[in-house]
Ligand binder design. Structure first.
Ligand code: DAH
Length: 357
């Protein structure tokens, strides 16, 4: 009896996991277990033997049963301890991890511009970046021999050998979207068209790809006065400065008549740019009353309808508003730059919530 006791208590103490414990249990107390067989032998014993062996065997069985349970519990405890140690969690860490990506200033400013113009009733229109030369030039009253066609330093797409049609271009401005929007929607119309444009140019303030936003408003009696109000309203909202002052300078664009370039009052004192004060003027956009030929190209009767258009550089607006000195860095994908100038994805620009967060 003592040998059995030793044997099984040692085996239990040495069992390293639940399977090993189960094996010991079956060996000792299973149907054909050593102790179970011994208990079965009680039947063949004399009454006297049975009286002395019975209680001892029962006691041994109880002792082994509780040793098994005890070992099982302590193994479970150890397993839990191990898991707690492995799955340790620092509850003092911040609950909201900082989002890893940031919104690019161009995307942010595009959203800001869209929010401001949406508030004035402008919808967003789109057009292709690979454009036919008719939409990019001819329809905008820029005939083949017009100097603007060289000025633009256009990227022309290659044509298949033997195809003599005029090549497509990477659009040099967002103005072709005016024509597409007029053709698609007719008049009256009020749209802006933000997007990528391309010109062969590269220095601190020029990149071969950049962004513009076009504006177009056509109705029966829209005038320069409406243009002026809309642009002033836009600048006040965009630069978040009450006292913005704009200067309209007579200019020339083939697609508008009359045409005006618009400057904003600013100061460069101490090397930092301030909008709405000072004695400097900075050009921010081109605009004018849509030329009758452009309306006609868009399928709109110039005797019935008139309106204004404008175009401005989004990247430039981003540089001015957020004090970003070099345009080329916009498109370098340098993570340090993106983290510095990028915006939180959770800050959606809205007029009521604040544009720049
Ligand atoms: N398309 C012109 C450019 O790329 C900008 C522009 C000027 C657009 C006057 C207009 C406008 O709609 O009326 O430089």
């Amino acid at each position: 009896m003592d040998d059995l006791r030793r044997k099984y208590l040692d085996a239990i103490a040495g069992a390293g996991d639940e399977t090993a414990i189960e094996e010991v249990r079956v060996q000792a107390l299973g149907k054909k277990g050593e102790i179970s067989l011994k208990m079965r032998e009680l039947g063949q014993m004399s009454a006297e033997e049975r009286q002395s062996m019975g209680p001892k065997l029962n006691a041994l069985k109880d002792e082994i049963t509780s040793a098994l349970a005890g070992r099982k519990a302590s193994l479970a405890d150890a397993a839990l301890e191990e898991r707690l140690a492995a799955e340790w969690l620092d509850v003092t860490l911040p609950g909201r991890p900082r989002p890893r990506g940031t919104i690019h200033p161009v995307s942010q400013v595009t959203e800001e511009i869209t929010a401001i113009f949406a508030d004035m009733g402008f919808a967003v229109a789109e057009g292709p970046q690979i454009e036919s030369d008719w939409f990019n030039f001819d329809a905008l009253n820029i005939p083949p021999e017009h100097p603007a066609r060289q000025e633009h330093d256009t990227f022309f797409m290659a044509r298949a050998a033997g195809d003599n049609r005029a090549p497509h271009v990477l659009r040099t401005h967002t103005s072709p979207v005016q024509i597409r929007a007029m053709q698609a929607q007719g008049a009256p119309i009020r749209v802006i068209a933000p997007g990528r444009v391309y010109r062969c140019d590269y220095d601190q303030t020029h990149t071969p790809m950049f962004h513009q936003v076009e504006g177009l408003a056509i109705d029966r009696d829209i005038s320069m006065a409406n243009l002026k109000w809309v642009l002033e309203e836009f600048c006040r909202a965009f630069f978040e400065v009450e006292g913005v002052e704009l200067r309209f300078r007579a200019s020339h664009f083939p697609f508008t008549e009359p045409s005006a370039e618009v400057d904003i009052r600013c100061s460069w004192e101490g090397g930092t740019l301030k909008i709405g004060e000072g004695n400097d003027w900075m050009e921010i956009l081109g605009s004018g009353m849509v030329h009758p030929k452009v309306l006609a190209a868009g399928g709109i009767d110039p005797d019935q309808w008139q309106g204004f258009a404008f175009g401005m550089g989004i990247d430039r607006l981003a540089m001015l508003k957020y004090g970003i000195p070099d345009l080329r860095a916009f498109f370098d994908s340098d993570l340090r730059w993106l983290r510095h100038y990028g915006f939180s994805a959770l800050d959606m620009p809205t007029l009521h919530g604040g544009l720049s967060g």
